[in-house]
Write a protein that binds this ligand. Structure first.
Ligand SMILES: *[C@@H]1O[C@H](CO)[C@@H](O)[C@H](O)[C@H]1NC(C)=O
Ligand SMILES: *[C@@H]1O[C@H](CO)[C@@H](O)[C@H](O)[C@H]1NC(C)=O
Ligand SMILES: *[C@@H]1O[C@H](CO)[C@@H](O)[C@H](O)[C@H]1NC(C)=O
Ligand SMILES: *[C@@H]1O[C@H](CO)[C@@H](O)[C@H](O)[C@H]1NC(C)=O
Ligand SMILES: *[C@@H]1O[C@H](CO)[C@@H](O)[C@H](O)[C@H]1NC(C)=O
Length: 401
């Protein structure tokens, strides 16, 4: 298991360090993550402020929003995703002076359980909204493995599920809450590689609260807060449902909706050493013991090209990089997006393609031999779907399942 974690670190760095700031504004999110809530298999902890600051009417709005937003999700406790069970697990933490776990995942088996437990939550007589304590308690809801909170423990199977913490709150008080952004912005237990933070602000007039929530949801890759919603928004139910379905770590700008969104395909440059395969398909399928990629990664649009170029800018050693584009059996290059360099493709036996650059500004395609043993190209863009409602491939990465 240590090996897998060690690997994860390297892998995650590559996956998550990768949005080109200059191009991020015009990237489009295709394909986006599945928006099919009825197939979602996410673990959600709802953190609900029940202090005086929230007030009964905001608390009721939070409850009805949650009920509506979850109405399409398959709530339940079967986490055997590799056997094809798509259940969304829900836990609830309320907070005022301190946090209380009101429902563990196992307490909520369907929408009725969720409604009943929500209905039982009352406003307390305290004026503290201790979200900090609620976040600590939420870790226990998600990762209490025999009394110890740790991520990816050996003895907690089926733990590699997308996780969302959804925070409903109305006050930045007490002061400990100001320690939340540095904590959630860090690594380890609160790493956003693992968690999606979603906030709903029920006190729009409080600048400090807005700052804290915007920082919690701030994504440094796209330089924006991604899931910071307002309690009085008309689109809150839909926004929440969408945010809960954002399982993948790759972020692009969705110009149709004017927001950043996650991208379901996971193109990954693989640099390999050791055994040299004679084709790129085998490289993608076998290069690591614990992962298998579906296939070499295709670049079918300018947006995706920019995305891969941004990876190369961050990790120049990945060039030249094989991409999936190759001659077909009739010896033709297919139609569709290409970015050939001047004089390419050369008309010879070089049936495969690499992306390369001499100055890291202009990137062009060249045709090369398909057999890496002869082309001497050791980097391949491999691709898979990341985890979302329809896809479970990330489980393969993490556990070699
Ligand atoms: C959504 O997921 C459900 C459950 O897996 C499936 O039956 C349904 O066909 C999916 N709907 C769409 C539009 O893909
Ligand atoms: C919270 O209530 C205490 C008294 O119970 C009061 O001293 C304090 O000023 C209140 N704080 C806020 C932020 O309302
Ligand atoms: C964590 O798990 C241990 C043992 O399973 C249990 O005794 C404890 O109450 C749990 N803690 C919380 C906060 O749920
Ligand atoms: C979310 O954060 C951004 C800053 O990144 C801010 O401009 C926006 O107003 C915030 N939205 C809400 C609802 O607070
Ligand atoms: C390249 O493709 C052509 C036609 O598909 C084939 O005849 C040739 O052998 C291939 N070259 C190599 C080096 O595989």
């Amino acid at each position: 298991m240590k090996l897998v974690v060690g690997f994860l670190v390297i892998f995650m760095e590559l996956v998550f360090g990768r949005v080109d700031q200059s191009s991020a504004q015009y990237l489009t999110a295709e394909p986006s993550c599945s928006s099919n809530a009825s197939a979602a298999w996410v673990d959600v902890v709802l953190l609900i402020d029940n202090s005086i600051n929230m007030g009964a009417s905001n608390l009721n709005k939070a409850k009805s929003t949650i009920k509506s937003a979850f109405s399409n999700f398959p709530i339940g406790n079967n986490d055997q995703i590799k056997q094809g069970f798509h259940n969304t697990r829900v836990g609830i933490v309320t907070f005022n002076y301190e946090a209380s776990i009101v429902a563990q995942f196992t307490d909520i088996n369907n929408g009725n359980d969720l409604s009943r437990i929500l209905d039982g939550i009352q406003i307390s007589n305290r004026n503290e909204s201790n979200l900090y304590d609620a976040l600590i308690s939420s870790l226990y809801v998600k990762w209490n493995c025999s009394g110890t909170v740790s991520i990816f423990p050996d003895d907690c199977p089926n733990d590699f599920r997308p996780v969302a913490f959804v925070m409903f709150t109305a006050s930045p008080y007490p002061k400990i809450n100001q320690k939340i952004p540095p904590m959630t912005g860090g690594t380890g237990l609160f790493d956003t590689d693992i968690l999606t933070y979603i906030t709903v602000n029920f006190n729009a007039n409080d600048k400090l609260l807005a700052t804290i929530l915007n920082e919690i949801t701030y994504n440094p890759l796209v330089k924006a807060s991604m899931y910071n919603f307002s309690g009085d928004s008309d689109t809150l139910v839909n926004d929440l449902e969408w945010a809960l379905l954002q399982g993948s770590p790759t972020i692009l700008y969705d110009s149709s909706k004017n927001r950043y969104s996650r991208y379901a395909e996971c193109p990954e440059p693989v640099t390999y050493q050791g055994v040299e395969y004679d084709n790129t398909i085998d490289v993608c399928k076998h290069v690591y013991v614990d992962i298998s990629y579906e296939a070499p990664g295709y670049i079918l649009s300018k947006e995706k090209e920019l995305f891969v170029e941004s990876l190369a800018v961050a990790y120049p050693y990945i060039l030249p990089l094989y991409i999936g584009y190759h001659k077909n059996s009739a010896s033709n290059w297919g139609s569709g997006y290409t970015n050939w360099g001047a004089g390419y493709p050369q008309n010879n036996n070089m049936n495969c393609t690499v992306i390369d650059s001499t100055d890291m500004v202009t990137f062009k395609w060249k045709n090369v031999l398909c057999d890496p043993q002869y082309s001497k190209v050791n980097n391949v863009l491999c691709q898979n779907y990341f985890c979302d409602a329809e896809h479970t491939d990330c489980i393969k990465y993490y556990r070699g399942l």
